[in-house]
Design a protein around this ligand. Sequence first.
Ligand code: MCA
Ligand code: AMP
Length: 501
Amino acid sequence: MLLNRFPRLQADDDRIALIDGDRQIAYGTLNDEINRLAHGLLESKEDLEEERVAFFLPASADYVVVMHGIWRAGGIAVPLNVGATTAELDHYLGCARVTRLIAHAEHNSMLGDLCGNLGIQLLEPSELMASPTGILPPIADDRRAMMVFTSGTTNKPKGVVTTHGNIRAQITVLLDAWGWSDSDRIPLFLPLHHVHGIINVLSCALWVGATVHLFPRFDAPSVTADVAAGDYSVFMAVPTIYVKLLDYLESLDEAEAQAICDGFAAMRLNVSGSAACPVPLFEQWRARTGQVLLERYGMTEIGMALSNPYHGERRAGHVGQPLPGIQVCLFGEDDQPIVDEETPGEIRVKGPNVFLEYWDNERATRESFRDGWFCTGDMAVLEQGYYRIMGRTSIDIIKSGGYKLSALEIEAVLLSHPAIAEAAVIGVEDETWGEKVVAFIVPRQGRQVELDEIMEWSSGHLSSYKIPRLIRIVESLPRNAMGKVTKPDLKALLIAGAQSI
Ligand code: MCA
Ligand code: AMP
């Protein structure tokens, strides 16, 4: 398969692909900029041969040009979290063995030293785009295309590698399933270092020839102003954003709120995912806007796997059925497939959407597959033809604001503080965030632990969404006979309102 399979990214297409601030960028212009950037990256080479090229760019036309430019030149695109700390970036760049990093000059002071230490060349999009265009390499479907970092049950995030074929499968399955067309217009305010924003919103829209309105981050007043103006036909968000939108509507006078609700009502589709959409939220959104949320289930490693129907019943609290061409099966603890309804099991997935590997981590890759099935670590049950997600098999995975967090990664940061002897991190249910991060810490003997200082320490090492929101200082942690901390006990004590544990 040759390059440029985003069929609408063609030289002669003058439809608007992106709205970035005051700039409206046509597909043809975008295509030209992508080709230039690809050439700028290639210099005199014919093919980047899966060189890892990272980019630290906010949602912008430059982000899109860089991502596609790397793809067309034969590199692996590594999108970075623009809210990451230097310590996190150091891990991503080192782990992926990145050779070049693309960022705007305003970030040179933050990235310069890091790149210097790691021997990485720091480049700006504009200098790469100054290149003339020419011949680009053919790219086969099975070549590595993207690496997205995801938290797991190990302390540092792993790089999930998808091929060009995986990405195409993840996109095209959604185009038909959710009725995408080139007349669609969608706002994009989700972070662009995760599959929800990258694939479901940005790539589906650009594949089909729709228009994407880019926002640097989610901000209820600015996004809803355009909703009220009737600018969008599709809306995709995590449950926390729907909660925040409902709160924002409450804060407005009725006429203002009604205009926004009318804007949502007129859309053809509102999608929720990345975390469980609570039934009351589903009902409140329907009551306020008339929109029946389409909830779906996915994961960085697989894109989307289960979805409520676009046409047909969208059932609250459920994630629907397997998307076309994607096999989903529940497995019991005995590793046998579950054939009955009402019996819970682990979701396992097979299909062209399933990622290739965890970068440089053969063991983790091997352990996450069984008989060709990718083991998601999520539990579900089939109820009258619809899957319902029941939770994770590991208590060490936390979902907060739609972000997947590793309790172990946060614990490792806390334990690196000189005054902390022991730490245990859990996720506790929260109406807005899904779960909130709570940390229990045991100080070293004779050491005083100041909460403010621990918060500051955490924010020096972790992105803001990983920082514990509540810290409890305790004398010891509950442990079982094997000496393992019993996190369910910590959770139960916290929920019961215990002041000392
Ligand atoms: C921020 N705050 C929090 C959290 N994050 N409090 C508790 N828990 C949190 N996780 C606090 C801040 O400290 C601040 O407090 C206040 O909330 C506002 O912070 P801010 O950073 O401005 O929040 P925000 O910008 O409103 O962010 C909320 C958000 C964001 C928009 C929901 O978290 C987000 O974009 N989430 C989406 C993540 C996503 O796309 N995940 C997809 C991965 P104070 O006001 O006191 O200072 S999953 C995926 O890709 C798979 C494939 C899938 O299925 O989709
Ligand atoms: P990530 O690894 O960041 O891509 O997050 C994927 C995880 O998000 C899945 O393994 C699930 O635990 C969770 N998830 C995604 N969609 C849903 C949903 N609709 N309901 C419940 N959990 C979800």
